[in-house]
Design a protein around this ligand. Structure first.
Ligand code: ZN
Length: 316
């Protein structure tokens, strides 16, 4: 680790003395293709600790919190690892072929997605809540990893891929149960996909998509949709209000692992300012909220959060 501390082998890292590290232009912009884990560095968390110590927090998390669990930005909502063109809500609802393509790919990607496990960052946030220092988490992630780590109060802004909902009657079904029905209706689909697209859940050959049989709602036969907020869809009001309530009960907002590009997350930074709550951001790379934050630190959630939480919970 000492070589990272010297900065000798990390040419893009800011000098160790730049504690505030507001300037982060040399860090890569987080996109789907390059938010892979980078060389570990030990960022200075003093500015975060100074601002957040003694305050009860609301925490807002995004894709960067799950990167170290091997999950790219899934909000897509394609469960393909490389979802370059995420399905738009309008296309999914209006086009049977878009739904067929979605489910044909999703059935291949789901097993790997559901196997993802929380990382040290998730565990640290759960510990912060247990210690009474955080009220809960507002998350843009659809992977349920905060729950898996033990967080109790979690507002899922974009839903979760673990459930599906009928577009006609609203009935819900567990994604695992739907998976079994999809595989039963398409015997051999996953094996052929593994053979023809060895990358697993990447692009599937069109013939495989054309042959795929989509199954409907068990109650009414209607079309099913993963219970996540697609691009072009709005966050349900009750969910938004649950996030706002959490924020208002808190004394500061900590943003972790989100570039805040999507307004459903950035909204809470704006609201924090409006109601006079200080904002701190821990993210690898610049964010839309950098100008709104009292403190911005560049760092990876899995590396920095355990140290931050240790600092916030030490000494009672
Ligand atoms: Zn139905």
């Amino acid at each position: 680790m000492s070589r990272a501390m010297t900065g000798a082998s990390v040419s893009s890292a800011p000098p160790a003395s730049s504690s505030a590290s507001r300037r982060c232009s040399s860090w890569p912009t987080p996109t789907r293709s390059n938010i892979e884990p980078v060389e570990p560095t030990t960022v200075d968390l003093a500015p975060l600790l100074d601002l957040l110590r003694g305050r009860r927090l609301a925490v807002l998390t995004g894709a960067g919190c799950s990167t170290e669990s091997g999950i790219p930005d899934y909000r897509g909502p394609e469960t393909a690892r490389r979802a370059r063109n995420p399905v738009q809500f309008k296309a999914f609802v209006g086009d049977p072929e878009a739904r067929r393509r979605y489910w044909a790919r999703s059935v291949v990607g789901w097993p790997r997605f559901r196997e993802a496990r929380p990382n040290d960052g998730h565990a640290a946030l759960a510990a912060l809540e247990r210690a009474g220092r955080a009220l809960g988490v507002i998350t843009q992630n659809v992977d349920r990893l905060h729950h898996a780590a033990g967080s109790r109060r979690v507002v899922e802004l974009h839903g979760a891929l673990h459930e599906v909902r009928c577009l006609a009657c609203g009935a819900r079904e567990a994604r695992d149960d739907l998976q079994a029905r999809l595989l039963a209706a398409n015997p051999g689909h996953d094996a052929r996909a593994a053979e023809l697209a060895p990358d697993g859940d990447a692009e599937l050959p069109q013939a495989l998509i054309d042959a795929f049989r989509v199954v409907g709602c068990l109650t009414c036969g209607g079309d099913l949709k993963p219970d996540v907020v697609f691009f072009g869809e709005v966050v349900p009001r009750a969910v938004r209000e649950a996030g706002q309530a959490l924020l208002r009960e808190a004394e500061a907002l900590l943003v972790v692992g989100s570039s805040l590009t999507v307004f459903s997350g950035y909204r809470f930074v704006r609201e924090a300012r409006e109601v006079g709550r200080p904002v701190a951001i821990l993210n690898l790379g610049p964010t839309r909220g950098d100008g709104d934050a009292q403190v911005k630190v560049d760092g990876r959630a899995g590396e920095a959060l355990p140290r931050l939480v240790e600092g916030l919970t030490a000494g009672g």
